[in-house]
Design a protein around this ligand. Structure first.
Ligand code: VJV
Ligand code: CA
Ligand code: ZN
Length: 396
């Protein structure tokens, strides 16, 4: 069946879309920045453009206890499964945090259905990984995943279960080397840490870096993992620390310079791309000047490499911008981004939420005035140089 925009399934190229409609029913609390509802808004755009006709759509299942404990400790997962939610609404300032496993604070509150929410996020990413492993997908999309801060035995930064680590572990059963790329505005510390001692995973995070004021404070340019002689993972953790206000043009140049060098040296057999949308202009937490065009150019570049790829969600705190980016990036995956109208279809549910009714608003439409750019070109060149030097130690 074809849609009004003529979107049909391409032959010989398969994209799978993994989604669980129950995920977005969960709430971190009234004013908490993380809004699972942004997934509804994304799905609404994807469907109204008819993109579902070009993909295999799967209702993601929940991950099992055994799957979650492939990375996380039993103690931690047991605790997650049994903790009672705190009385809602959460009063952040007066809350009495039970900081066991860093749970119950204002970043990682205990809410109704928390364990289900975590297992759905992990389930969608694991389903995506399995489709890549069985070669039933060239690209598998899991917008409900991307929760890169969760540690083996600790919640962190709105993340409880590290679905990305679980998915990469799945990929490693079939693929010798996985390149992890993270364009969320925050450092992908949890994924980096999980694979510090292996040379089968290279992690590259682009992020705002300010150890004193910006979470999580790690990910300096020269943080490349433990450099002991016996660590095969040495030099396989790469970081691209940035300042406020970076533009599309700079980010695209930097991304392509860095990733092309990584691919050339590391020769990944699969890619895991975290598409955190808090690196977009106008994000409630992020402070970059990226437009959907710049953000999605990273997805386009990765797709063109022709390597099997999972696309995860992640951060993103201005829901209308998150939905626009992830819908457009879904269009990139099915190679329809140049064909779909930028005007948001009339029949889109919650269309009124998308100010200016366009998929690709300009920086003026989003911000009025762009944020001051604090990334001189020299800094970006130094980054590429440092990464090139790190990659001299990497060969396959
Ligand atoms: O900066 C922090 C940690 C604090 C302690 C907790 N307070 C609230 C904030 C400062 C040091 N945490 C970050 C976590 C960011 C997580 C990003 C996750 C991802 O995008 O990378 C992947 C999904 C942070 N920044 C902003 C907030 N927390 C924040 C938390 C709130 C809030 C407002 C801001 C929690 C509850 C409420 N408001 C009501
Ligand atoms: Ca990042
Ligand atoms: Zn983030």
């Amino acid at each position: 069946m074809a849609h009004e925009y003529g979107i049909t399934k391409p032959k010989g190229y398969n994209v799978t879309f993994h989604y669980n409609p129950n995920m977005e029913r969960h709430h971190f609390g009234q004013t908490h920045p993380m809004k699972p509802w942004r997934l509804t808004l994304t799905k609404s755009l994807v469907t109204s453009y008819g993109m579902n006709f070009a993909m295999d759509n799967y209702t993601a299942r929940t991950a099992t206890y055994e799957e979650l404990t492939n990375f996380h400790t039993n103690d931690y997962v047991d605790f997650l499964a049994t903790v009672a939610p705190q009385p809602t609404p959460l009063d952040v300032d007066n809350m009495h945090p039970d900081l066991k496993f860093n749970l119950g604070g204002s970043d990682c509150p205990l809410f109704e259905g928390l364990y289900d929410y975590c297992s759905m996020s992990a389930g969608s990413s694991l389903d995506a990984a399995r489709k890549i492993c069985s070669k039933q997908a060239d690209i598998a999309i899991a917008w409900g995943g991307g929760l890169h801060h969760a540690k083996k035995s600790e919640a962190s930064g709105f993340c409880y279960i590290n679905d990305i680590v679980l998915a990469i572990l799945q990929l490693l059963r079939v693929y010798p080397r996985v390149l992890y790329i993270d364009i969320d505005v925050h450092h992908g510390d949890g994924v980096e840490e999980a694979f510090l001692s292996t040379d089968r995973v290279m992690t590259v995070s682009f992020h705002k870096y300010d150890p004193n004021t910006f979470f999580p404070g790690t990910g300096a340019l020269d943080d490349n993992g433990p450099r002991s002689e016996h660590n095969p993972g040495a030099h396989h953790a790469l970081n691209v620390p940035l300042n406020d206000g970076i533009t599309d043009e700079q980010y695209k140049w930097l991304f392509e310079s860095v990733i092309s060098r990584c691919v050339e040296k590391f020769r990944p057999s699969a890619i895991a791309l975290q598409c955190g949308a808090d690196s977009l202009a106008g994000d409630r937490l992020g402070k970059f000047n990226l437009l959907v065009e710049g953000h999605s150019s990273c997805v386009e570049f990765c797709k063109k490499l022709g390597i099997p790829m999972i696309m995860f969600g992640g951060g993103g705190y201005t829901p209308r911008n998150v939905a626009r980016a992830w819908a457009y990036e879904t269009a990139v995956a099915i190679n329809q981004h140049k064909n779909i109208p930028t005007q948001i279809p009339e029949h889109t549910p919650w269309r009124e939420r998308f100010r200016h009714e366009t998929l690709l608003p300009t920086i003026e439409q989003i911000l009025g005035e762009p944020r001051q750019n604090r990334n001189p070109q020299k800094k970006l060149q130094d980054i590429v140089q440092h990464i090139t030097e790190q990659l001299r130690f990497v060969s396959h």
